[in-house]
Design a protein around this ligand. Structure first.
Ligand code: SF4
Ligand code: SF4
Length: 364
């Protein structure tokens, strides 16, 4: 088996001192207490695969895919190892050699057939005509086909603010495919289609409600394509405006999505918004900002290992329920995974995307 991409990171892997600091933060290790599931375990497995010292049997492949790409191990690692690059390279090499998890195979097939990972063919237009406009809203597959209330509330906010905006003829942004080891050429094809769709409409500012889509545009699209529009999260866009909000007599806490939190350092903007709600009490979870715990949904894990995903999310929801009435976040995939987690523990807390909360309180 060829492990060419992973082999290029051999020096990086050899930097691991096996200190085990990554164990203290990895959501997967917290869940299963298995060393091969944590960063250093995956580094050893990836290294063994590149050297041909271990075989890619089912258990090895399973461990390489047990990573939400939350980046917490990288934050904690004293040797500054690029764990996610190693995981992504090992996944890419494994998939190219035919070692793919069935759930991921289905996602790839769905995107190829329908342009979205859910395999949905019924595309609603949310009542917004596609036209030339300076502001565009990139809904993303999860809010388009699953948590549609996030798209509806975002559109409502933009309308209440009196803004001229358009939706985009969008395809899957490619984020999940990129994290589960799918081939680059197909992902670049999706990138090109999306960038062309945005450029066609003369959009200058493209807004996102999905942390994963935005992270993909900001980190990966720029490596392959030129684009001159500004891509930003709705929390960044709204935090610069003076919003007139109704009071809310509740305690609110915030879950930082890994993709816009640790990966992009967007920490202040959602807090600016939440702190601007009259009479609401904003409280921080113990693990917040760069210390935030993962929701358990990313990196293809929600599809391939839903049990682990749900248990990881349930810990976050339970922790939030001990301090607040509402757990707010700013990513449809986090919302959906946290709600899924609460199905397990059934604690008394509302789980909302920030767009839902702001739209409910926004006075037009
Ligand atoms: S924290 Fe870094 S150096 Fe230490 S075991 Fe984990 S990956 Fe290796
Ligand atoms: S990125 Fe997150 S889930 Fe993956 S190994 Fe690191 S801490 Fe664990």
């Amino acid at each position: 088996m060829k492990m060419d991409r992973t082999k290029k990171l051999e020096k990086e892997m050899l930097t691991c001192t096996f200190c085990g600091f990554c164990k203290s933060v990895c959501p997967y290790f917290e869940d299963n207490q298995w060393d091969p599931s944590v960063a250093r375990g995956k580094v050893i497995l990836a290294y063994g695969l590149t050297r041909g010292e271990i075989e890619p049997d089912d258990s090895v492949v399973k461990r390489i895919f047990q990573c939400t790409t939350c980046k917490d191990c990288e934050r904690r690692c004293p040797s500054d190892i690029k764990v996610i690059e190693i995981v992504k390279a090992a996944r890419r090499d494994l998939v190219e050699s035919g070692f793919i998890l069935p759930a991921h195979s289905k996602i790839i097939d769905n995107v190829e057939r329908t342009g979205n990972p859910y395999g949905e063919t019924d595309k609603t237009d949310f009542g917004v005509p596609i036209k030339n406009a300076e502001i565009g809203y990139f809904i993303g597959c999860t809010s388009r086909y699953r948590t549609t209330e996030i798209a509806t509330h975002t559109i409502s906010i933009l309308r209440k603010l009196g803004l001229d905006f358009t939706l985009v003829e969008e395809s899957c942004c490619g984020s999940t495919l990129h994290r589960i080891g799918h081939r680059k050429e197909d992902i670049v094809g999706l990138m090109k289609a999306n960038v062309e769709a945005v450029k066609r409409l003369g959009i200058k500012r493209l807004l996102f409600t999905c942390a994963g889509c935005l992270h993909m545009f900001k980190e990966e699209y720029v490596k392959h394509l030129d684009y001159d529009f500004e891509a930003e999260h709705i929390v960044q866009f709204l935090s610069r405006r003076k919003l007139k909000l109704k009071p809310l007599r509740k305690k609110i806490t915030y879950h930082d999505p890994c993709h816009i939190g640790r990966h992009m350092k967007i920490y202040d903007e959602p807090r600016t918004l939440l702190n601007s709600i009259p009479e609401a009490e904003f409280v921080e979870m113990n693990e917040n900002r760069e210390l935030s715990r993962c929701c358990g949904g990313g990196g293809g894990v929600r599809a391939s290992d839903p049990g682990a995903s749900q248990r990881i999310a349930s810990r976050r929801v339970r922790a939030a329920s001990e301090i607040a009435d509402i757990l707010v976040t700013s990513c449809p995939f986090c919302v959906s995974t946290l709600v899924f987690g609460n199905d397990l523990v059934n604690v008394d807390i509302e789980i909302k995307d920030i767009t839902e909360l702001i739209d409910d309180l926004l006075i037009s």
